[in-house]
Design a protein around this ligand. Sequence first.
Ligand code: GLA
Length: 398
Amino acid sequence: MALEKNPLSPITLSPPTTDASATLHCVAPARVNLLGEHTDYTGGFVLPMAISFATQAAISPRSDAHYSFTSELLNQTLTIDLDDRSTARGEWSDYPVGVLRQLQQHGIHPPPFDLHLTGNVPFAAGVSSSASVEVASAMAMLAIARTRLSIEEISLLCQRAENEFVDSPCGIMDQFVITAAKAGHALLLDTRSLTYEHLPMNKGALADTQIVVCNSMVKHSVATGEYGMRRRESEEGQAILVARFGVRDLGETTLDQLYLAQSEMSDAAFRRCRHIISDNARVHQAKHAMFNGDPLAFGKLMLSGHASERDDFECSCEEIDFLVDTAAQLPGCFGARLTGGGFGGSTVNLVQRSQAEAFSTALKASYQERFNIAADVYICDAVDGAWRRNIPAAEDLA
Ligand code: GLA
């Protein structure tokens, strides 16, 4: 079975259809999260990296008083007035329009533009196609508005676009790593303070490993509503812990404190918090494993993180559990887990470099046999985020 090895690096995207002489191009990658899942809306820690799928936004000026948004993949265009105040349409355009609305609310008014979006980020695969579109769009609109914002400002603005316009209650992880990532590094982010470290992925024996992402090709329809419900349950537990111990959030709560307060909260809130608090600890332990160049220790953390997501956070599903259990038995695999929001999507695997192709082939074959579904498998390098890739060329715009 042929394996797609980094099929999309270097990025090759179709040329924009607008006037090339006045067109600015901004690129934003996708991401995979290594550890720290569902920890980014209660002040916790995450450890994602950017991967070489990308959204490209091509932006050029218009001579009339409109903004237009084109999806080259869907062959659809939406054109709106400069002062358009419509609400979300429940489609792809909500992401760039939401970003524009946020910029306008912050006093940044780009001149009329044509924005063309294209790219190769798999949709509904748990690698954050939506945040990739948001960040690419934001970079492009900032470039044409000749405005610079910081990594933190761009990430928060894109998160607010998703929370407020799209009405999706996501945390800050995806937008932040897609903006701030550094090639060859994972990003350890404190989602309360937004302080971060780039952790090298090539120390010791980790230099001989690869990150392999396996797209299960399933996304269960409960995903959207369940994400919000998990978030509410986690926040319910957090509120009790904040009141009882004076902590700011789950990012600084211990498991001992959680057990002391167990009888005061619902079983669901308790188990959601137990997952989050233990995953925060796993992120810190993973940092040590990275500095020690210890793939065995890192892989164990991934497996225990998966068990916690499956049993306590209850955001896995049969297909994903099968992929994780199968991966863990394959030669060269140090660890595997569900990555992203859950209820389908992708697994992330840490695999000995020399075994990565055989691992991928075997995993695909087992999954095909069990579910009759052809999974997509990507052997991934950690790439730069949008901030490093797009040195905005606004000055070059006529
Ligand atoms: C989605 C959200 C993120 C994060 C993950 C789970 O990807 O967009 O903010 O909560 O789920 O870790």
